[in-house]
Design a binder for this molecule. Sequence first.
Ligand code: HEM
Length: 357
Amino acid sequence: MKVPLLTIKETPSPIEVKADSLFVELTMRVICCLLFGIPVDKNRSTSEGPPLEIEKVYQAMSVLSYRFLRVATGEKIWMKYLPTKSSREYWEARHYLEKFLTPRIDLALQMRDKPNKDWSEISPLFKQSMLVKIAAKEPKYDRASLIAESIELSIGGTDSTAHSLSFALAELSLNQNIFQKARTIVDRSWETYGGITLESLKDLSYIRAIFKETLRIYSVGSGSSSLQAERDTTIADQPIPRGTKIFWSTIAAGRDPSIYPNPEEFIPERWLGDDGKNNQLLMIDFGSGSHRCLGEHLAILEATVMLTMLIRYFDWELVNGRSSLKNLQQNLFIYPVDRMPAKFTVREFAKQTVNVK
Ligand code: HEM
């Protein structure tokens, strides 16, 4: 995975980039910053633990993600103890991630257990991290449970948003009328606010709608979660006895014409009311019930900011055109096999000023 993140502004325009790999790096840096206090800027180092080696961490996460999918769809948990190639890969990946995570987790636990010690050497970013906050709040957490939580959150927070962003990028390229409408909104927002601010985010409902429409059509987490009936019930006239495991497809649900008319069409407007603000259309792509996605709001915020920045500063076209959207695979999340190569051109006005950091 070759990722030219943070070098676009120095690179002659146009530049061809595997957009999906770029988004993976971006989302991983964001989630690792929030969770572990690792600076997003790769040129800044931290003393609390090993650096984030994107390719190695991503490789290990991919192995674990694929196992999550297999377990969710029926593989027995004990199968990881069989002497098979996939078990060996699982344990290697797991040990690598544990080695990466343990120094920061141990430090967070020490900070919880010795609050009066002098921690002034520790970076403010780490002190503010979710890891330190979770460890401090929940005395029941120990190293093993924090490793498990950290792995789940980093896996949940990377590919899901990254692949969804790739699909949004593709749809924008293939639907120039939607792209132009989005650009008008983004440019107007820049004129009013001078960039992305808390205030301007309120005016970017259309960009959020583009992302929600992307999630509806390319529901990247489809098939990766299941439900269990807690009582006897009935779904679509079908009796479901208590204890039944139910697998459901959010991709199929998102194409239900009774809820989403013209389901095959990419129509961001369906997510907006007459006032241009969000409406209450059912969105099932983050799951449902008590296990509904923990990172839903983070994902939507991240995607809104990333898409807005891209629309503001770049034009782009897909190298493989629509076929990037046809050739898909699923690890835990659905992704484009070709990693969505796209040619980006910096907008004329921005050539001197663009800063994608
Ligand atoms: C577009 C982005 C995302 C999509 C489509 C997505 C989708 C999902 C889905 C379908 C579930 C299963 C819900 C269920 O079983 O009912 C889930 C759970 C979860 N997601 Fe996300 N997710 C996204 C982003 C994120 C992010 C950014 C995070 C990071 C904080 C995250 C963390 C989690 C966690 C921790 C769970 C497990 C919740 C639980 O079991 O209680 N997700 N997500």
